[in-house]
Design a protein around this ligand. Sequence first.
Ligand SMILES: [Zn+2]
Length: 229
Amino acid sequence: MFTLVTDPSALPSYTEENYLKAIYKLSEAEPGVEVSTNRIAEVLQTRAASVTDMLRRLGEKELLHYQRYRGVSLTHEGRRLALLTIRKHRLWEVFLVQKLGFNWDEVHEVAEEMEHLQSPLLIRRLDEFLDFPQFDPHGDPIPAEDGAILRPRHRLVADLQPGDGGTVVAVKNTSAPFLQYLDKVGLSLGAQLEVLDKVSFDNSLEIKVNNNGTALISAEVSRNLFVAG
Ligand SMILES: [Zn+2]
């Protein structure tokens, strides 16, 4: 365990925080798979040459290890900063939804800016003000101040069989169009979902939502939705 309180003399830049966050997420999404320069460039929508420069800089600051052909891995300090940025992002998303009345499809871009505010006291007070939430409005776990992060074992809707179901607890894709679609078909967090039938031709699913009415969702939608229970 480590503390997420940063020494103010060594504050990272916005770009550095975005890189650390992206690398952390890539290594979590595909454990054991090399985090390559190209993958980082893709995620951050920048050129591979800029990525190489930044990786060298972050390497010099001892925030990551970067070896040609072997990819990138975060150091303890790099991981700490990535988790801190994610913590701030997710807490701000909760604040925007719960206290300012934003919808869940409106908060990500705003939180992308707010996550770079550095005051540790502000973030601690925010956490307290929100009553220490464990999940953000998309169902993603919020890292604690000591870097601990929950890893809930949710089931992907794509893996369910007819007769299976549960409560919608998280989304993998947090883009506005996807979240707006979910709102439209009544699949917000907390909705009850039951799989009635799976179309073997294209793996689309016929589902029952909140015990009333059925809907047909595509395989792509089912790969981006998690249920529990
Ligand atoms: Zn977000």
